[in-house]
Design a binder for this molecule. Structure first.
Ligand code: SF4
Ligand code: SF4
Ligand code: FES
Length: 259
């Protein structure tokens, strides 16, 4: 179950209690009709209708990708998709949530791979089954050119897939609609992992900071914080220097006792 219904059922009848105050519209959640305010997202409408979301709900802000939803309007044959927390209800929409889609997910040890197209093709051979229909791109709530990154995967361009798929929230809607049964988001995250581990330029400042940590440069500062009482910690927090919004890349606080 993606959701459990709790409490009083707000069907067409009970929803009338608040008519006049709110503009209520009918929607159908898994076949059952409910009257819900027309300003709500699908996610909030489901809760308004009495569902307690125990799966298919995470950040509520369009970031975690947990709330993939399919819906259909009565005057159209088309199946539409969206994130429940970002899509506002439409009168008479029929909807169901698909918080998890069982797409192919390869198991691998990133330490034993190399950043090549052959590796991606071996773990996800179905990538070559793409028929170029572009449904994945049209389904993507993040406006990612999914078909193009699939094409890059076919060409063995690991860095290109990583770059194009960077905003993917792993909602699975592209895979759910794909006629070639691709697992776009799963091989895209493989490419991002390969890129991050083997291809991305190393950050010099990160290497420097790791060296400092290994040399125990911050032990004294950490001990000071651990020994401080709550009042002192609050004062230190209030007094901290905050990086200006338009700071130069090499900005550092004047007091570097804690950095
Ligand atoms: S939906 Fe599937 S088959 Fe169609 S373009 Fe995307 S990956 Fe290729
Ligand atoms: S690429 Fe696929 S999984 Fe990623 S956000 Fe777009 S539709 Fe969702
Ligand atoms: S709840 Fe996280 S994207 Fe909708």
């Amino acid at each position: 179950m993606v959701a459990q219904r709790k409490g009083k059922k707000r069907t067409e009848q009970t929803g009338k209690q608040s008519e006049g105050k709110k503009n209520l519209v009918p929607i159908f959640i898994m076949g059952q009709k409910y009257m819900v305010p027309d300003s709500l997202t699908i996610q909030k409408a489901m809760e308004y209708a009495g569902y307690q979301l125990v799966r298919g709900c995470g950040c509520r802000g369009g970031i975690c990708g947990a709330c993939g939803t399919v819906f259909r309007m009565p005057d159209s044959y088309r199946v539409e998709v969206g994130l429940a927390c970002q899509t506002v209800v439409k009168p008479n929409m029929y909807l169901a949530q698909i918080p998890f889609f069982p797409a192919n997910k390869a198991i691998y040890d990133i330490e034993k791979l190399s950043p090549t197209g052959e590796v991606v093709a071996k773990l996800y051979p179905e990538v070559f089954k793409c028929v170029g229909c572009n449904v994945c791109t049209k389904s993507c709530p993040m406006d990612i050119d999914v078909m193009e990154y699939v094409a890059r995967a076919i060409r063995g361009d690991v860095a290109g897939v990583a770059e194009l798929s960077f905003d993917c929230v792993m909602c699975g809607l592209c895979a759910a609609r794909c006629p070639a049964e691709e697992a776009q988001y799963n091989f895209a995250i493989l490419c991002r992992r390969l890129y991050g581990k083997y291809l991305a330029p190393r950050a010099k400042h990160l290497a420097e900071r790791i060296r400092e940590i290994e040399e125990n440069r911050f032990e004294q500062s950490l001990q000071t914080l651990m020994d401080a009482d709550e009042k002192t910690l609050k004062e230190l927090y209030k007094q901290r220097e905050i990086e200006p919004i338009m700071a130069e890349e090499d900005w550092t606080p004047e007091d570097n006792s804690f950095v």
